[in-house]
Design a protein around this ligand. Structure first.
Ligand code: AGP
Length: 613
């Protein structure tokens, strides 16, 4: 996961930036680099692989300077290599940039810049940023204005840090959306910038967090914050306790809230290095999958527990729809004792955040006994599930601390979608054009999740409305049916509210008898192929005096006119819509638990990793 560090002061920037980057190593990266202004010009050192490679470069060709920026990169556009590593320099060598996020309109911007005669040195989307800033400075704008103008042209979510030899007494840092945070650390005659607090915590505990669409001009003497549009903002200084746990929580009240907000970044990292948007292709090398192996698969069984199995239910639908391979999703604790009908032509795919869940591991063991291929989608690197699988996809979410799983739910949804596209491609069940269209839809996902997060206040209002409820019914159909299960699970585990989920079509077979004013019904009714069916469920619940809260597409006045409260989400391609519709349900459960004064991160009776049967 990409990391940023910046420094301006009287110490050697190279040392501070390198030590900061080391503090972010645990997040994972595939290349690293730094840039320091020395003797009036910018020196860059960067390399693929671990920070040790960069350290060696710096040892062999030292740079001493008092202002510098650095970056650890997870590849998105372009392979992990020295030339694609950040920082990226302008052609003049006068501007340098590090960046987290994806420039969604990178192809258009690159074409425009190439037409102006600019030669790109890397395959990255980030390089467009540095050339644009350089271009606007050549047109007479100062660094700050050139950064503003450039940011206003970028689509997507970004954390950007910039230096220039033309104004070598400052660093500019900016944040748009949720491609990770940007935090400023205040010192005496020195100031720091980072994507994450641990990178600068040893130097200062006085921190200022940039909100979305804010930028900072950071000098040795202080910081000035404004919106991207240029309106001054007075900095809110937070004091962070020295212990690493509170430091990690940063600006959030609970880990769960932090992890909900980390989803844009986690999803950006999930796509990084796996999706080639230009070619419209998917790479999942750790699955060790070839066309020959893919064609032999007769059946896929997804097995997991809890939240992971809810992700698996979405995966079943995606794999069947896109790759046309018969797929089931089995609760691991049942599957392990079911004498399953699996064989050497079956792939048993486990999903696990911890990779240590006893039932999931036993299910994998059972699959091995039957000669099946085992794959896993796992978050904890080096965990048992990862080690014993024939192939794996590692979730790129970083550590998840809150017991209630959030980012380790949305990341596997995207992993499963990518897997379905890859399988379909290798088996020849989709055309190149269809594959490109499916891959293209992924580009939107981090941004759409960011839009949901920006609506937290709207969900909080609904949390106030529902906080006294004793029971709730969650309804969904098709691809969003598992999201009803996931929403209800989140509500149960942290709010201790009785919440039951049903495929909405089942209501008439029994559960509708429960509907009255005391049983709020939450219906997921976005513009997917099951939309009309969900509308009719909502009407039936309303006809029986029920209170209905709908997750609906922004601008859908038809649903809004039928229900009591709406949780609005942006329109998303329907096969990826679960990644979006689950966000307000996570936020709703979080705020109800918080309003009830409960221990959100460590709910009663639950453990993060269930290593016993
Ligand atoms: C999710 O919020 C729960 N904490 C729980 O259902 C969890 O998903 C389940 O125990 C599986 O854990 P795993 O992903 O680590 O295997």
């Amino acid at each position: 996961m990409c990391g940023i560090v910046g420094y301006i002061g009287n110490q050697n920037a190279t040392t501070i930036v390198l030590t900061g980057l080391k503090k972010l190593e645990y997040r994972g990266y595939d290349s690293a680099g730094l840039a320091v202004i020395t003797n009036g010009h910018i020196e860059v050192r960067r390399d693929a692989g671990k920070l040790a490679n960069l350290e060696l470069l710096v040892q062999n060709q030292p740079i001493v300077g008092k202002i510098g920026i650095g970056h650890t990169r997870w590849a998105t556009h372009g392979e992990p290599s020295a030339r694609n590593a950040h920082p990226h320099l302008s052609t003049t060598g006068e501007v340098v940039v590090v960046h987290n996020g994806i420039v969604e309109n990178f192809i258009e911007l690159k074409e425009e810049l190439v037409q102006k005669g600019i030669e790109f040195q890397s395959d990255t989307d980030t390089e467009t940023i540095v050339h644009l800033i350089d271009l606007y400075m050549k047109l007479g704008q100062n660094l700050e204005t050139a950064v503003r103008t450039t940011l206003s042209r970028l689509k997507g979510a970004h954390g950007v840090v910039v230096m220039s030899t033309l104004e070598k007494d400052k660093i500019i840092a900016a944040r748009i959306g949720n491609a990770g945070g940007v935090v400023l650390g205040l010192g005496e005659d020195e100031n720091f910038i980072a994507s994450d607090i641990p990178a600068i915590l040893e130097h200062t505990r006085k921190l200022v967090f940039l909100e979305s669409r804010q930028m900072a001009v950071v000098t040795r003497e202080g910081i000035e914050i404004s919106t991207i549009e240029g309106k001054k903002v007075s900095p809110q200084i937070s004091s962070v306790a020295w212990d690493p746990v509170s430091a990690e929580k940063g600006e959030y009240r609970h880990f769960m809230q932090k992890e909900i907000h980390e989803q844009v970044r986690a999803l950006t990292d999930t796509l990084a290095g796996r999706v080639d948007f230009e070619e419209g292709s998917i790479r999942l090398p750790q699955l060790n999958l070839t066309a020959e192996k893919a064609k032999k698969i007769e059946k896929i069984v997804i097995t997991a527990c809890g939240t992971a199995s809810n992700a698996g239910m979405v995966g079943k639908l995606l794999i069947e729809r896109i790759a046309r391979i018969p797929t089931t999703c089995e609760i691991a604790s049942e599957f392990r004792y079911s004498d399953p009908l699996v064989d050497e032509n079956t792939v048993v795919l486990s999903i696990s955040q911890s990779g240590e869940t006893a039932d999931t591991l036993a299910a994998m063991e059972e699959a091995r006994k039957h000669g099946s291929t085992t794959w896993s989608i796992v978050n904890a690197i080096g965990s048992q599930a990862m080690r014993i699988s024939d192939g794996f996809i590692s979730m790129q979410t970083g550590p998840e601390i809150g017991v209630a799983s959030t980012k380790a739910f949305t990341a596997p949804l995207v992993d499963l979608y990518m897997l379905a596209v890859l399988l379909a491609d290798l088996r020849g069940t989709i055309t190149a054009k269809e594959r490109k269209a499916l891959v293209d839809d992924l580009r939107l996902i981090p941004e759409l999740v960011g839009e949901c997060l920006d609506r937290e206040a709207e969900v909080e209002e609904v949390a106030h409305y529902l906080k006294e409820a004793r029971d709730m019914l969650y309804l969904g159909r098709g691809i969003n049916m598992p999201i009803a299960y996931e929403g209800a699970l989140k509500m149960k585990e942290i709010s201790y509210m009785h919440a039951e989920a049903y495929p909405a079509g089942e209501m008439k077979h029994g559960p509708i008898a429960l509907v009255d004013k005391e049983m709020p019904v939450l219906a997921i009714c976005t513009k997917d192929p099951w939309y009309e069916k969900m509308i009719s469920q909502i009407e039936q619940a309303k006809a029986r005096g029920g209170i209905v809260i709908a997750v609906a597409t922004i601008g859908d006045e038809r649903v809004a006119s039928l229900v009591d409260r709406v949780l609005r989400v942006p329109d998303a391609p329907w096969m990826l819509s679960p990644v979006v519709t689950v966000i307000p349900l996570q936020i709703l459960a979080y705020h109800i638990a918080r309003l009830r004064g409960l221990d959100v991160d460590q709910p009663r009776n639950l453990a993060k990793s269930v290593t016993v049967e």
